[in-house]
Design a protein around this ligand. Structure first.
Ligand SMILES: Nc1ncnc2c1ncn2[C@@H]1O[C@H](COP(=O)(O)OP(=O)(O)OP(=O)(O)O)[C@@H](O)[C@H]1O
Ligand SMILES: [Mg+2]
Length: 229
C-alpha cells in the first residue's frame, strides 16, 4: 500500500479479524438493529471537540458496511479539516463543496475506493462558508438524490461544540453517532454535545467511547494506527 505523508490505515482492512475490527462490525449490527420500523440510511458521526476519533470511526464503519455487501457511500462533510481523501488515497480536487457550488455534478465527484461496495465523496476545496453550504437546499437535494443510489450513506462532520456545521448536517440525517474520547472529554462537555444534537431533533443512535483505558504501552491495540498528521 502506498504511503503518503497523510496516509491513514484502516484496521478493518489491514486486520479484519482483530477484536477491534469486530467492534466496528458490532457497531454496524447495533445500528441495523436499533431501527426496526424506520429506515436508517443516512448516518453521521460527530463529537464534542476536535480529534476525538470521528473520521477514524466513520471510515472503519464505512468499510464494515461495505464488507456486509451494502452499497455504501462515505461523504466527507468536514469542510474544515477533511481527511477522507487521505484515508482512501483519492484526489480531493473536487468533492462535496464542488457539487454544492454547482461546479460539478454528483456523478463527477463520487470516487470508487479499492474496497468493493465503497464509494467516497471527498470534501472538495475548503470553502469560506462551510455552515452556509451545508445548510443549503442544494445539500439536502444532494442527500436525497444519493439516497436513491446507495443502501447506506455515512457522513463525517466537524466537532459539534466548535462550529454549527455538524448540527446543520444532523438535521438532514436519519441518525447520529457521537464519538467521545474518554480520556479527554469531561462528562458535561459530552452532555452539551448531546444537547446540541437534540436541539435539532437528531436521533442519537449511540455513543462510541474512544481511547478507553489508553496507556502508552497499549499502542499496538489502538484501533487506528499509522502516521500521525
Ligand atoms: N483509538 C485510537 N487510538 C489511537 N489513536 C487514535 C485513536 N482514535 C483516533 N486516533 C488518532 O487521533 C487522531 C484524530 O483522530 P480522527 O482524525 O479520527 O479524529 P477526528 O475526531 O476526526 O478529528 P478532527 O476533529 O480533527 O476531525 C488521528 O491522528 C488518529 O490517528
Ligand atoms: Mg475528522
Amino acid at each position: 500500500m502506498s504511503r503518503s505523508k497523510n496516509k491513514r490505515q484502516l484496521i478493518t482492512l489491514t486486520n479484519s479479524r482483530s477484536p477491534i475490527s469486530e467492534s466496528y462490525r458490532a457497531l454496524r449490527t447495533n445500528i441495523d438493529f436499533s431501527s426496526i420500523d424506520e429506515k436508517l440510511q443516512v448516518i453521521m458521526v460527530s463529537s464534542a471537540g476536535p480529534g476525538e476519533g470521528k473520521s477514524t470511526t466513520i471510515a472503519n464503519l464505512a468499510v464494515a458496511y461495505a464488507q456486509s455487501e451494502r452499497n455504501t457511500l462515505l461523504i466527507d462533510a468536514d469542510l474544515r479539516k477533511p481527511t477522507a481523501h487521505h484515508t482512501f488515497s483519492v484526489s480531493n480536487r473536487w468533492g462535496l463543496s464542488s457539487v454544492i457550488s454547482k461546479q460539478c455534478t454528483i456523478e463527477e465527484v463520487v470516487q470508487m475506493t479499492d474496497i468493493p461496495n465503497l464509494n467516497v465523496m471527498t470534501s472538495g476545496t475548503i470553502p469560506p462558508n462551510p455552515a452556509e453550504m451545508l445548510g443549503s437546499n442544494r445539500m439536502s437535494a444532494i442527500i436525497e438524490h444519493l439516497k436513491s443510489q446507495y443502501d447506506v450513506i455515512l457522513i463525517d462532520t466537524p466537532p459539534l461544540l466548535a462550529v454549527t456545521d455538524a448540527q446543520i448536517v444532523a438535521s438532514k440525517c436519519d441518525g447520529a453517532i457521537l464519538v467521545v474520547d474518554q480520556g479527554r472529554v469531561k462528562r458535561d462537555i459530552a452532555k452539551k454535545a448531546i444537547q446540541n444534537l437534540q436541539a435539532v431533533n437528531a436521533r442519537i443512535l449511540g455513543v462510541v467511547l474512544n481511547n478507553v483505558k489508553r496507556k502508552a504501552n497499549e499502542e499496538a491495540y489502538y484501533y487506528y494506527y499509522g502516521t500521525q498528521e
